[in-house]
Design a protein around this ligand. Structure first.
Ligand SMILES: Cc1ncc(COP(=O)(O)O)c(C=O)c1O
Length: 358
């Protein structure tokens, strides 16, 4: 019987803390669609200050945050956005920018560290002289930290350079900052400085920060005014939303400080996993809270079997492909959970090897 569960599937699996539940229970609320929920107002004001932007807007999810942001920047039909071929917006958001917004995506290859080569971004910008046949480039999207690259961080220097490029061509820059606080902590750069070059940022409160629900988008006052209207169009206008914002305020106030420890635990786990024969990963590239583990062909264990056997021991991980699994660290996993997980990985990988007579 499983007596202990350690849930590494994502940093979205955290349960609200006692402080969050207490804040939700006592939150002062009103109708946010009518613009009068004081707790939503407070969260939005705090987030705008923290991110160094004029205004902020609470949205139900990171997906809606990105969708609203892209659609506000690309509000003319025939707009094109340049984004990474391995970006969350391009791969995991149902193509919403195209199906709902009519925005044409132009992908540029994501490097292993989550960046796109700046010369390739520049080459992807449409020449306005070809407007008879081309869509019009209006936006560049970055993702920081970059989830599919294993939570790698884009530096402030890189972000500034992309910002300068965008400005030079009259484009806007949006950052999918689902885990921007992880990046800020890992890089040791204040979050407002890290996103200074961006016209908008979508920040998830329900990932590393551990709030139960929600994201915030930040940008100029005029951007947020348009975003508020679009959020309503998409069905994201919520009434006594202060209940959710109260938990998010606690998340921002209490959990940013826990990210450094999450990154240390992730590094420790990665180094331990790296010692297990049959598993392959580059522990040096674990910069934040995401670890991808590749299973060596010679080990003859599949990712599916690894996940199943780990689950029997209470270790939950995400299968990415037949030879790859993903682990995400969060504040509700302890150092002792990490040691327990390592021993389970050892047992499972070794066990399968024995079964296979290796
Ligand atoms: C990088 C990134 N952006 C956006 C999202 C979307 O967030 P949500 O699940 O809240 O829609 C995710 C979700 O995992 C993500 O990892």
């Amino acid at each position: 019987m499983v007596t202990r569960t350690v849930d590494f599937r994502s940093d979205t699996v955290t349960k609200p803390t006692e402080a969050m539940r207490a804040a939700m229970a006592s939150a002062e609320v009103d109708d946010d669609v009518l613009g009068s929920d004081p707790t939503a107002f407070l969260l939005e004001k705090e987030m705008a200050i923290l991110m160094g932007k004029e205004a902020a807007l609470f949205v139900p999810s990171g997906t809606m945050g990105n969708l609203v942001s892209v659609l506000v920047h690309c509000d003319i039909r025939g707009s094109e956005v340049i984004l990474g071929d391995n970006s969350h917006i391009h791969i995991y958001e149902n193509g919403g920018i195209a199906t709902i917004g009519g925005v044409h995506p132009r992908t540029v290859k994501n490097n292993e560290d989550g960046t796109m080569d700046i010369n390739l971004i520049e080459a992807a910008i449409r020449d306005p002289r070809g407007e008879l046949v081309y869509p019009t480039t209006r936006l560049i999207c970055l993702e920081n930290s970059h989830a599919n690259s294993g939570g790698r961080c884009l530096s402030v220097e890189y972000t500034d350079k992309v910002g300068e490029l965008a400005k030079r061509h009259g484009l806007k820059l949006h950052i999918d900052g689902a885990r921007i606080f992880n990046a800020s902590v890992a890089l040791g750069v204040p979050v407002d400085r890290l996103v200074q070059a961006a016209d908008s940022v979508s920040v998830c409160l329900s990932k590393g920060l551990g709030a139960p629900v929600g994201s915030v988008i930040v940008g100029s006052s005029s951007f947020i005014t348009k975003a508020r209207r679009l959020r309503k169009t998409l069905g994201g206008g919520m009434r006594q939303v202060g209940i959710l914002c109260a938990a998010a305020l606690v998340a921002v106030q209490e959990n940013v400080a826990k990210l450094e420890s999450d990154h240390k635990k992730a590094k420790l786990l990665a180094e331990g996993l790296n010692q297990i024969k049959g598993l392959k990963l580059d522990a040096r590239s674990v910069e934040t809270n995401i670890i991808f583990i590749d299973i060596e062909e010679s080990s003859r264990i599949t990712a599916g079997k690894l996940c199943k056997d780990l689950e029997q021991r209470g270790i939950l991980v995400m299968q990415e492909s037949s030879s790859r699994v993903r682990i995400v660290m969060h504040h509700q996993i302890s150092a002792s959970d990490v040691q327990y997980a390592l021993s389970c990985f050892q047992q499972v990988v070794k066990g399968v090897q024995n079964e296979n007579g290796i």
